[in-house]
Design a protein around this ligand. Structure first.
Ligand SMILES: [Zn+2]
Length: 388
């Protein structure tokens, strides 16, 4: 396709983003190495990927349009089937997806416009795909500012403002104050949300702000020196909030409480869990010391094996054993890959034992000549054998 020169494609979405059925003449069709077809028309309703927004999908005649791209004003439809040059085709833009993009892109203009004109914070990045919309801002944004701007956006939606598209002359551009993301070639296209925003943009927008439905901040994170905000508008925002509401209702039912009581219930549960974990650790430490007592008077290494043993109790038990015997003593706590351990030897020589464990069982450990601790990727039998 690269070697052929096509005329600039007439972009029908520029004047009417709601026109999703159109007829056009096929100017060229070329198969790619991976079996797709690059189709150029004389005019199209398909918005190509640009300015951070994914390209439209839909149908051209009987073939699927998988993606739409643009280069030097020539719009290419990436399709899964061929069309013949010269034939007239009917195009159908996937309206559900296009309208979702319109709701979200227009919502982002409200959000970025309010931050720009009312807070003096510039937008410096934009990404809109099927699953996510993010907008980047040059400065850090506090939770309070995010909540305030979100509410202002929703108020602009409820006011159902008429969105205006214009192409100012070069003379008019001299005096016009507008935001620009340096994203567009060709004639300057200005999208105005009256009283809220004036911005250069090539994308399809809703006619009235009421169509945006809802503007919701999903999350915000530090990005470069500023903030990356994930936003959801329209049906996306509705679907997300409906799902979250379903989840919190489910939690309320499982706690037998009201939705508003769920955070307090979770806090109580966490506190209780913390308390029980402490009690359990104490009980395990007691069992460990009872088992250690049973080893008194026995010959050979005094080794104890258990599960979920607290570090402090393991160390305390080994110290206790070292007071009653000269030889090797240790406690091993089961892990996913083997055992954590604390080993001690009142008479010294731990360094040689540790070296042996490293060599024979690939243990990772550290310590001094009387005590060592670490982990061993081996089972109880192998450890007992190595230490016998
Ligand atoms: Zn835009």
């Amino acid at each position: 396709m690269a070697e052929r020169v096509f005329p600039v494609t007439e972009a029908l979405y520029d004047t009417d983003p709601y026109q999703t059925v159109f007829t056009a003449v096929v100017l060229g069709c070329e198969e790619t190495a991976d079996g797709q077809f690059l189709i150029v028309l004389d005019r199209t309703g398909f918005f190509p990927e640009q300015g951070g927004q994914s390209g439209d999908r839909g149908m051209l005649g009987a073939v699927n349009v998988l993606d739409t791209q643009v280069k030097a004003g020539v719009i290419t439809h990436i399709c899964d089937g061929a069309l013949s040059a010269g034939e007239t085709v009917e195009g159908h833009v996937d309206w559900e997806r296009r309208f979702d993009f319109m709701q979200n892109h227009s919502g982002e203009h409200l959000f970025s416009g309010i931050l720009h004109w009312q807070y003096g914070i510039r937008n410096c990045g934009f990404h809109l795909s099927d699953s996510v919309m993010t907008a980047d801002y040059e400065q850090p944004l506090s939770d309070d500012v995010l909540a305030e701007v979100e509410e202002k956006c929703c108020r602009a939606v409820w006011e159902d403002l008429t969105v205006q598209i214009s192409y100012p002359s070069e003379e008019e551009q001299q005096t016009l104050a507008y935001r620009s993301k340096k994203e567009v070639d060709g004639a300057l296209r200005i999208v105005t949300f009256p009283g809220i925003d004036v911005c250069a943009c090539c994308a399809p927008h809703v006619k009235r702000t009421g169509e945006i439905g809802l503007v919701k901040v999903v999350s915000a994170m530090h990005y470069k020196k500023g903030t990356r905000v994930t936003l959801a508008c329209g049906e996306r925002a509705f679907a997300m909030l409906a799902e979250e509401h379903r989840l919190i209702k489910g939690l309320a039912v499982s706690f037998s409480t009201k939705e508003s009581e769920v955070p307090a219930q979770v806090a109580r549960l966490k506190e209780k869990n913390h308390e029980l974990t402490g009690q359990l650790a104490e009980a395990k430490a007691q069992i460990l010391s009872l088992e250690a007592e049973k080893l008194s008077g026995t010959e050979g290494p005094a080794l104890l094996f258990g599960e979920d043993l607290p570090d402090a109790a393991m160390r305390r038990t080994v110290n206790g054993l070292m007071e009653t015997r000269e030889g090797l003593c240790g406690v091993f706590a089961k892990t996913d890959k083997g055992y954590r351990f604390v080993l001690g030897c009142a008479g010294g020589g731990m360094k040689e034992v540790a070296a042996k464990l490293r060599q024979m069982l690939h243990a990772g450990c550290g310590g001094d000549d009387r005590m060592a601790s670490g982990s061993i990727p081996a089972d109880e039998a192998a450890i007992r054998e190595a230490l016998s």
